[in-house]
Design a protein around this ligand. Structure first.
Ligand SMILES: [Zn+2]
Length: 147
């Protein structure tokens, strides 16, 4: 019989794969891993952006904060996103997106939760609170036919 050890600090945390959406257990201090499901490299770090930052893709399982002087131009996949500066791109978040009062967003935004403060600029296509499952069942319903 294995004895249950009392209150061991978990050395792992859970991350959701940016590419295949599978939940992966990772070492708490790991900066990146290879997804065991799709074999792609996942970034686990949190970012704070304080300047102009334009990249081909900006993907992380962690969180991104765009500070007041930050200006990100990139497709973004992220856990939680906080925008105090500017973001231009297609954003897919697994958690919460907050656009603060001096924030500026242009592009496409998909997230379970969006919080926009008064004064923020949001210019784009939003898809909030729509899970892929919802979208799937909707199209399944639309596709279903009585015969
Ligand atoms: Zn994966």
């Amino acid at each position: 019989m294995a004895s249950t050890s009392p209150q061991r600090k978990p050395a792992v945390k859970q991350a959701t794969c940016t590419y295949c959406a599978q939940v992966v257990e990772v070492a708490r201090r790991a900066m990146s891993i290879f997804c065991p499901h799709c074999k792609k490299r996942l970034i686990l770090e949190d970012y704070k952006i304080r300047s102009y930052y334009a990249v081909r893709e900006f993907f992380t399982c962690g969180d991104i904060v765009v500070e007041r002087r930050g200006h990100v131009v990139a497709p973004i996949k992220v856990g939680n996103l906080t925008v105090k500066g500017k973001v231009h791109g297609h954003v897919t978040a697994r958690g919460r997106v907050s656009i603060c009062k001096a924030g500026w967003f242009k592009g496409e935004l998909e997230a379970p939760t969006l919080c926009v403060e008064g004064g923020a600029v949001v210019d784009g296509f939003l898809r909030i609170g729509v899970t892929p499952q919802d979208a799937g069942s909707e199209s399944a319903k639309a596709g279903a036919r009585r015969s």
